[in-house]
Design a protein around this ligand. Structure first.
Ligand code: BMA
Length: 339
């Protein structure tokens, strides 16, 4: 039993490996990584930056598939164990409210979050510039598009898994339309998943060098007795390009624009061949977690080098105590984020 309580269901079939000897950081990699390798299905060269949820007796997910023409799209995948995945051969056929085909020009970095009885897929797409796209489903057969929540330019939208004070809450990262050299995480709320407002600043890049260029939301926040645990990505610049690491923070449960703890070190940074070598080297990009209330186990799905999907593990006690021990907050982290 964990000291920190996880407010989620039990998930006895969560993918899992025990912490290896000598591990100092609180996230450890699955020894069989990457779990999704190159050319996973005909017509798709790489799958990465993807999100999964428990579904029926196994798992289901939305996957960023880079097609042979280089254009990213979202594919549905199913798995019995969360490790071996079968993908639909065709892209997810999004429709509008009338059931007519309504495909975005491209779609990438999908997240998948269940709120009440509905699953929401959220991704980055073109809306005359990089913007957030959304769809909802209850059966994983019909994905109905929802109005785009924000004007361009925006990326990295991550929905909270429950309403707070009756409102949906969405993290996002206002950006430019290219390889954005800046970026902070903001939060917005909505009564209906259509009209978004009450925008607040949550946290910005920091003086710590691993996240001194920009940060962005990662996996859907995990509700715990200590607050919302957020795995996010932090980016630094080098003479050889950007490096993406996984960071951790804990947000206030009732007022998540306030950061309670923020780890001043990365939790995982590119070190293995599948993280350092690929279409875009040196990228660890978290997009989803699975968690088990009973054991406190957490499995993190992260994109590796824009080429593969990797899995890493931690426990709620392990990661919360590490984040608290290494917490360093700035003034803008503590504020409610209104100016
Ligand atoms: C970001 C996003 C991610 C990608 C990362 C590294 O801007 O586009 O999809 O993993 O760059 O290329």
């Amino acid at each position: 039993m964990s000291n920190v309580k996880l407010y989620c269901d039990n998930l006895p079939n969560i993918p899992w490996q025990e912490k290896p000897q000598g591990q100092t950081l609180p996230l450890w990699r699955y020894t069989e990584n990457p779990v999704i390798a190159r050319n996973p299905i005909p017509g798709v060269a790489r799958i990465f930056n993807s999100a999964v949820v428990p579904y029926e007796d196994g798992f289901i997910g939305v996957f960023r598939g880079e097609q042979l023409d280089g254009i990213p799209y979202i594919y549905l995948g199913r798995s019995a164990d969360g490790i071996h995945w079968d993908f639909d051969k065709e892209k997810i056929p999004f429709v509008n409210e009338k059931g007519e085909p309504f495909m975005p020009p491209y779609a990438y970095d999908p997240r998948l979050v269940k709120v009440d009885d509905t699953y929401y897929a959220i991704w980055c797409q073109d809306a005359y510039g990089a913007a957030i796209g959304m769809a909802k489903t209850t059966d994983f057969k019909t994905f109905t598009r929802i109005e785009n929540p924000f004007l361009p330019f925006n990326r990295n939208a991550v929905l909270f898994p429950r309403k707070i004070d009756g409102k949906f809450k969405l993290l996002s990262r206002p950006s430019d339309s290219g390889h954005t050299p800046f970026g902070d995480i903001y939060i917005s709320e909505s009564p209906d998943m259509e009209y978004w407002g009450h925008h607040r600043h949550v946290m910005g890049k920091s003086g710590n060098w691993w996240e001194n260029v920009k940060i962005g939301g990662g996996a859907a926040p995990i509700e715990t007795s200590e607050g919302w645990l957020l795995f996010y990505h932090g980016v630094t610049g080098t003479c050889n390009g950007l490096v993406y690491s996984i960071g951790g923070a804990i947000l206030d449960r009732d007022e998540p624009s306030k950061v309670l703890y923020r780890c001043n070190t990365f939790l995982l940074t590119p070190e293995e061949w599948y993280e350092e070598r690929g279409f875009v080297p040196n990228v660890c990009f978290p997009c989803a977690t699975l968690q088990d209330a009973e054991t406190g186990r957490i499995a993190v799905y992260y994109g590796c080098a824009d080429s593969y999907v990797g899995l890493a593990f931690t426990t709620i006690d392990e990661v919360v105590s590490y984040i608290k021990e290494h917490s360093q907050l700035t003034e803008s982290d503590r504020e409610k984020g209104i100016r």
